[in-house]
Each structure stands twice: as structure tokens, then as C-alpha cells.
Design a protein around this ligand. Structure first.
Ligand code: GLC
Length: 579
């Protein structure tokens, strides 16, 4: 048996055992929370205009409660021209009128809190939108003015400054610099509508502290920090070329990404978080080189938690899953944070689809991106296998110590919608890249952002009264809440059962691999209290050990001697008889 001593908390700190009644009441509520991500424009449309909104979410609070999650993470709902699905923010302290009002936001907080669900909101500090009042002021102000200094403006190269200050490419493809009418250029790491802030400017820093307090005062429990590794930059007069940038290690000194001094910003944020009781929490989206670099974001002196995308990037493979779990648990033991697990979010191909794709180039976990790049051929998906594996992986994830971040629609077993006609696509990543390039890093992300199906029929499968802003396929009917609700063995019922059991069973953040079970394509681990998770990553059935079955991702089979067998691509949770 290999035990992971993952409880990194100092021995004099309070016990974090998750007594159901106490959940949510203490400052550690986030450590092992099941957090459900809502992409507000695609969750539920209460106003009947084809766009999801707060009224829609409020009307579905009973659904969220029944699902059994601990917290909601809301993707951006701020005023935005939607150049990047709302990650282009016009005003950080307001609500997009198409989504609702501040009063409705307050109502949503109250409704969620009323049923014991916490709320995390998305903060986008690396860049604003080009419609933000500061950026508009910058455009109207002369070179060298204070207004320009809040962003990253430079003169161009070439005789008349007609060339960008550097030949960099944005994350979404295309140039990272755009020229303004007076000839200067501004930096945008993402779309051109997303100018990067200059975090060396004290007003930028102050303003975000104000934003954190603004939402904390309204009752939000925490923040998901977008592109947390991008804020600090070191842009010397002579900028490196794109090729030179590539060569610079991302070890804290890279000019653009994951610079050490970014943590000074988060130390300030921590002070704001700690002004509240319970302290507000932060979870960093930081795409960094190593687990050690990630740990800095998860420091209790900083944001406190960081997403690990390791599982999301892995294939459905026993050895990889085990290594990832062990590494991540060891890492959190060092930082004192808890581990995070993610299989799907609004930027990647849904895991039911990824797992149903044939592997490409022997690269596990990259099939989703490759597949989108190839135009998302539907006939390549083995939908049944993908979903079986996705359900097994989800149960595995939910049995792990730490927080599980779930993405709306995965509880229905939704697949990616691949065949969205080009003229209906919204993702700038799709439009900014040449057709041959589509598919890298989040390109073509509309397929996981299609509005959810609530009913079997209706103009938008119950999403709202007047269509949906991205087209829904016919097969959504059979994945709708209505189709799955109360249906034994449905994905929705599996999630409900698992989340409810998890709440009951979650105790210390420890895990013990069961070496007897961990053979070949099978992984078994035990959590305190006799909670045993067995996952079969292979194709052939394996014998189920002794114990009461709590939840399964697939029906157990009967072996030759009447023995209970776990089929391939399946997970079972058991309660081990206590010896
Ligand atoms: C993050 C978001 C993504 C967005 C990007 C730019 O990666 O998750 O959706 O496009 O940041 O804000």
C-alpha cells in the first residue's frame, strides 16, 4: 500500500473533516469542493432572447441544488462586445444588460447561498476589452500620456513605425500588436479587442483591488483568475523577436509569462481576500511549465489554489492517471493547498468526445485539439465508448482528495458539437487562425459552449423561448435533463448519486493506492472510512472486490462463478467492510 500523506495543513490548524452540516460554514470550504462552471450565455435563457442570463440561472437553482455541487463558478457576465465570449471585459463592476442587472446578481447570490451553494466569479486581469473606458481614453490621449501607460503602447519599427514593435503572434493566432490611428501599437496577447494592461501601473493595481472588494462586498465567495500567469511583463526597449522569445525558459524571468513578480500582485490580493470572513478564495488559471511553478499560484500567501490541467490533458490511461494523481497530491502536500481536478471546461473539447477519438500520433490527450483541427469529423467519434470512459473518469475524479471543477453539461454526458457552420461560429480563435491552423490551444471552442438541452423538444430544447445563440444538434434531445432525469443509469443520475455520496464520504485529503488492485489497466485506491474506488481503464471485465456498491459508472456484470465483475471503461465505488 502506498499512502499519500497529503494533509499539509499545520497540525495546530482545525480539522477539515467535512461534516455535511458544517460544509460551507468554515474557511476551508473550498478545499474539497465540487465546483460547477456555468458559462452564463449558454446555461439557461430566462428572458427568451436566445442568450443565457441570470434569470435563467436563478430559475435553475433547484437543479443545481439537486445536482449536489458545493459551488458555482460563473464565467464572465460583465458588459462585453463578446469578441472573446465575455473574456473581453468593458466594465469589471457591472453586468452585461443582456445577462441581467446588478440587482439580479444579488438575487442570484442570495438564491445560491440560500441552498448552501457558494459563488466564484471570473476575474480577467491580464487584459480589458477595447471598449473599456480606460482604453478609449488611451486612444484619445497622446503618446506617452498616463492613459496610454495603463496599457502597453509602443512605437513601431521601420522608417515610419509602420512595422509592429515585435513580430509576436497572439495566443489566438495573428499579430499580437495592433496599430492605432496615430501610428502607435498596443500589445494584445489574445484577440485585438483585448488590450493587455500594464501591471506596472499603480492605477491598474488599485482598480483591481477595488473590483475584488466590489464583488466580495456583494457576497461572492471567491474568484477564478483568468490568465493568472500573464499579468507581469518585462518589456525592455529592445524587444526580443518571436524566435528569441521561444528560446527563453519560462522559469520566472520570461518577459511575458509566469514572471516571479506576479506573485507580489497576488500577495496584495490575498490581503483583500483576508479582509472577509470567511476569507475569499482564489483559483488561478496559470498555464506554466512545471508543477513547481504552478505551486506558487496556489500558495496560501497568494491566490491559494491553482487549476491542474494534467488530467484534462491526459488520455484515459491507468498509468498516466496514477502518475498524475500522485504528483499532484505530492505537490499540494508541499504548498498546503488542496489538489484540483478538471476534465472539461469552456476552452477544450468535452471529455466524452476526447475519449471517443482514435489516438493520433501516439499523443495521449491531444486528440481533441487534433480532431478539431481536422474539422471535427463526427464519424471519428465512438460516442458510446467516449461516454463510458468519461463517466468512469468522472467517478474516478470525484473520488480524489481535493476540488473537482465540473463544466456545465458534462453531467448530461454531452458530446462536443463539431459541425457548427462557419457563419455561426463565435470564437475569435477560430476566425483569427488560418483554416489549416485551427485546432491549437483552444481553437474552435464553440462546440463546448452550445446552450444546454433541458427538455427533449421545444425551440431550443428548453434553453429558452427563442432559440439559442449557437445551433443545437438534434441528438441533444436524448441528452436533455428531461430525458435523463429519474432514468436509472443515466449520466445525470450518476452525477447526482456520486456528488451526494461524495459529500457524505469526503474526509481527510488522503488517498491510499491499493496495490492488489492496481494491476495492468486497473487502478484502485481507498479514501478514509473504507471508501474504495476501482477504475477499469481496459476492455476486459475485472473482479469487483468485497464491499457494498455505492455508485457505478456502468452496470456490473456477472462472472463465471457468479462473481461481480466491473466491465471495461468503468468505475465503481464501494464501501469496504471495516475490519
Ligand atoms: C482564458 C480563458 C479563455 C479566454 C482567455 C483569454 O484562457 O479560459 O476562455 O479566451 O483566457 O481571456
Amino acid at each position: 500500500m502506498t499512502t499519500h500523506p497529503t494533509s499539509a495543513r499545520p497540525s495546530d490548524a482545525p480539522d477539515r473533516s467535512a461534516d455535511a452540516a458544517q460544509r460551507g460554514a468554515d474557511a476551508d470550504w473550498w478545499r474539497q469542493a465540487a465546483v460547477y462552471q456555468i458559462y452564463p450565455r449558454s446555461f439557461a435563457d430566462g428572458r427568451g432572447d436566445g442568450m443565457g442570463d441570470f434569470r435563467g440561472i436563478i430559475s435553475r437553482v433547484p437543479y443545481l441544488r439537486q445536482l449536489g455541487i458545493d459551488a458555482v463558478w460563473l464565467s464572465p457576465f460583465y458588459p462585453s462586445a463578446l469578441a472573446d465570449g465575455g473574456y473581453d471585459v468593458d466594465d469589471y463592476r457591472d453586468v452585461d444588460p443582456r445577462i441581467g442587472t446588478l440587482e439580479e446578481f444579488d438575487e442570484l447570490v442570495a438564491e445560491l447561498h440560500g441552498v448552501g451553494i457558494k459563488l466564484i466569479v471570473d476575474i480577467v486581469p491580464n487584459h480589458s476589452s477595447d471598449r473599456h473606458e480606460w482604453f478609449r481614453e488611451a486612444l484619445e490621449s497622446p503618446r506617452g500620456s498616463n492613459a496610454r501607460k495603463r496599457y502597453i503602447f509602443r512605437d513601431g519599427r521601420g522608417e515610419n513605425g509602420q512595422l509592429p514593435p515585435a513580430d509576436w503572434t497572439s495566443v489566438f493566432g495573428g499579430r499580437a500588436w495592433t496599430q492605432v490611428p496615430d501610428g502607435q501599437w498596443y500589445l494584445h496577447s489574445f484577440a485585438k479587442e483585448q488590450p493587455d494592461f500594464n501591471w506596472g501601473h499603480p492605477e491598474v493595481r488599485e482598480d483591481f483591488l477595488r473590483t475584488l472588494r466590489f464583488w466580495s462586498d456583494r457576497g461572492v465567495d471567491g474568484f477564478r483568475i483568468d490568465v493568472a500567469h500573464g499579468l507581469s511583463k518585462d518589456l525592455a526597449e529592445d524587444l526580443p523577436s518571436a524566435a528569441e522569445l521561444e528560446e527563453i525558459p519560462k522559469d520566472g524571468n520570461h518577459p511575458l509569462w509566469d514572471r516571479d513578480e506576479v506573485h507580489e500582485i497576488y500577495a496584495e490580493w490575498r490581503k483583500v481576500f483576508d479582509e472577509y470572513d470567511p476569507p475569499r478564495i482564489g483559483v488561478a488559471e496559470a498555464w506554466v511549465e512545471t508543477a513547481q511553478r504552478r505551486a506558487k499560484y496556489a500558495s496560501p500567501k497568494g491566490l491559494g489554489q491553482a487549476f491542474s490541467f494534467d488530467l484534462l490533458e491526459a488520455d484515459f490511461e491507468a498509468e498516466d492517471f496514477r502518475r498524475i494523481v500522485s504528483d499532484n497530491l505530492a505537490q499540494s502536500a508541499e504548498t498546503g493547498s488542496s489538489s484540483t481536478w478538471v476534465l472539461s471546461n469552456h476552452d477544450v473539447v468535452r471529455h466524452a468526445t476526447r475519449y471517443g477519438l482514435p489516438p493520433r500520433d501516439g499523443r495521449p490527450g491531444k486528440q481533441g485539439a487534433d480532431w478539431i483541427m481536422a474539422g471535427g469529423p463526427e464519424d471519428e467519434i465512438d460516442r458510446d465508448l467516449g461516454l463510458r470512459r468519461a463517466r468512469a473518469a468522472t467517478l474516478f475524479e470525484l473520488a480524489l482528495p481535493g476540488s473537482a471543477y465540473l463544466y456545465q453539461g458534462e453531467e448530461l454526458g454531452l458530446h462536443e458539437v463539431a459541425d457548427i457552420p462557419d457563419d455561426q461560429r463565435q470564437d475569435p480563435a477560430f476566425w483569427r487562425s488560418a483554416p489549416g491552423d485551427r485546432g491549437q490551444d483552444g481553437l474552435g471552442r464553440d462546440g463546448c459552449r452550445v446552450p444546454l438541452p433541458w427538455t427533449r423538444d421545444g425551440s431550443s430544447f428548453g434553453f429558452g423561448e427563442d432559440g439559442s445563440h449557437l445551433p443545437q444538434p438534434d441528438w441533444f434531445a436524448e441528452y436533455s435533463v428531461e430525458a435523463e432525469e429519474g432514468l436509472e443509469g443515466s449520466t445525470l443520475e450518476m452525477y447526482r448519486a456520486a456528488l451526494s455520496r461524495r459529500r457524505e464520504l469526503q474526509t481527510d485529503e488522503t488517498l491510499t493506492w491499493d496495490e492488489e488492485l492496481c494491476r495492468g489497466e486497473v487502478l484502485g485506491f481507498e479514501r478514509p472510512g473504507g471508501w474504495l474506488n476501482v477504475t477499469n481503464f481496459g476492455d476486459s471485465p475485472v473482479a469487483v472486490p468485497e464491499g457494498d456498491v455505492l455508485v457505478t459508472s456502468a452496470e456490473l456484470e456477472s462472472g463465471p462463478d457468479g462473481q461481480r465483475m466491473l466491465p471495461g471503461a468503468a468505475t465503481v465505488w464501494l464501501r469496504r467492510p471495516q475490519r
